[in-house]
Write a protein that binds this ligand. Structure first.
Ligand code: SF4
Length: 401
């Protein structure tokens, strides 16, 4: 019997447990594929009951129970989705013979719905995930956040704990049990740079067994040198050959590498080009010169072929001035980048306002005229129950009072 873990579960730990049960890389991969894609472990001519080692088959119900308990839906807010008929739970004894080459989810594009999910973790802590249009999902990487952005509810109570990589993937699994997920953005509660090992592990799994395209995995950061270093390491990495799917006698176990093979797209939370103002808005973000931040992001964008997505929460009278607009135009001229303006949504207890629709349109038009792609991103899901972290804040306060 595998003891239930009380620390955030990492995928490396899960893989080790599987190995302790006699699993080879092909067994690990098939199990992780079935879990992360919410589909059967069976393959044509290779049912799971003949494929997995006996010790693993015997432990599978306990492992599955633990995995599905990592992230449970506490509540859902927003446009109601017709709940997807839950996939039959893969079972080594099922013998269904289903082919597991692609997600069993419904096709991307059918789910144009937006909903915020309050997700309960195995220890009772809560985070938020957001179902985005066109198969997108925004996941949390920490409980709380240490950056303390003044316009965000997630950072109000500081950082409470890190999420394990398996808990991050479990949010995708939870969403995929409702509808297709073909894009994952790491922009929910938490600063991914502060939990980089777990975030990169989750990205690695989602971009391989999870069947999500690399450019559709979007790693967001306020700008942290560790992120750039790790991403640049990944660019130099050549993935080693996949182990034999047949798990033949000659198949060798791949040495686990901490260097990622999956190259995610990059998003930078900029919010101001004025260093002093940025330091006030993002009080605990690393103090990297904005020009350096943009330059490092540019190198990565050119190397991967995915534009950098700059995030800019628009606050009326704070960061929507003509001076900011001019500096954005200078900073991003000729850059492989997209500016995403996200008008602020009113939050109880915060005095900020969003600029008028006319002002927002003027800012976008001015940048677009200068050849800088600027888009309006309504903070998807934020109309529902306010800003990121507010659902959790409300749930916690209901528990306390
Ligand atoms: S906006 Fe992001 S980085 Fe800033 S406090 Fe909120 S969760 Fe943390």
């Amino acid at each position: 019997m595998i003891p239930v873990s009380h620390t955030p579960l990492r995928i490396t730990q899960l893989r080790q447990r599987l190995r302790d049960l006699g699993a080879k890389p092909c067994h690990e991969d098939r199990l992780l594929r079935g879990w992360s894609q919410v589909c059967s472990y069976d393959r044509v001519h290779s049912p799971a009951e003949d494929f997995f080692p006996l010790a693993l088959r015997n432990e599978l119900p306990a492992i599955e129970a633990e995995l599905y308990g990592l992230a449970r839906l506490k509540s859902e807010h927003g446009v109601a989705l017709s709940p997807r008929k839950p996939s039959p739970q893969p079972s080594p004894a099922s013998g269904r013979g289903g082919k597991c080459e692609k997600p069993c989810s419904i096709p991307a594009g059918e789910g144009a719905d937006v909903a915020r999910l309050l997700v309960e973790l195995h220890d009772g802590q809560m985070v938020e995930s957001v179902l985005l249009p066109r198969g997108g999902l925004c996941v949390s990487t920490q409980v709380g956040c240490a950056v303390g952005c003044v316009f965000c509810m997630s950072g109000r109570a500081g950082l409470l704990r890190q999420l394990g990589s398996a808990e991050i993937v479990a949010q995708v699994v939870l969403a995929r049990r409702r509808r297709a997920v073909s894009k994952v953005v790491f922009m929910g509660m938490g600063e991914p740079a502060h939990n980089l090992d777990n975030v990169m592990e989750a990205i690695e799994l989602l971009g391989t067994q999870g069947n999500i395209g690399h450019k559709n995995l979007v790693l967001s950061t306020v700008g942290d040198l560790r992120v750039f270093e790790r991403l640049m390491e990944g660019l130099a990495h050549k993935p080693s050959p996949q182990p034999s799917p047949a798990c033949g006698r000659g198949s060798k176990r791949e040495k686990q590498s901490s260097i990622p093979s999956v190259k995610p797209a990059l998003a930078i939370s900029l919010h101001s080009t004025d260093a002093a103002l940025r330091a006030k808005l993002l009080p605990h973000a690393p103090q990297i010169a904005i020009e350096e931040l943009v330059e490092r992001a540019e190198v990565y964008a050119r190397a991967t072929g995915y534009p950098v997505q700059y995030q800019w929460t628009l606050l009326a009278g704070v960061n929507d001035s003509d001076a900011e607009l001019e500096r954005i135009a200078q900073l991003l001229a000729g850059k492989y980048a997209v500016m995403n303006f996200i008008p602020f949504n009113t939050v109880d207890g915060l005095d900020y306002r969003r600029p008028s629709a006319e002002r927002t349109a003027y800012m976008m038009g001015t940048l677009n005229q200068q050849g800088i792609l600027a888009r309006l991103r309504d903070s998807a899901g934020q109309e529902i129950e306010g800003a990121c972290g507010q659902l959790r804040a409300r749930a916690v306060s209901e528990i306390i009072h």
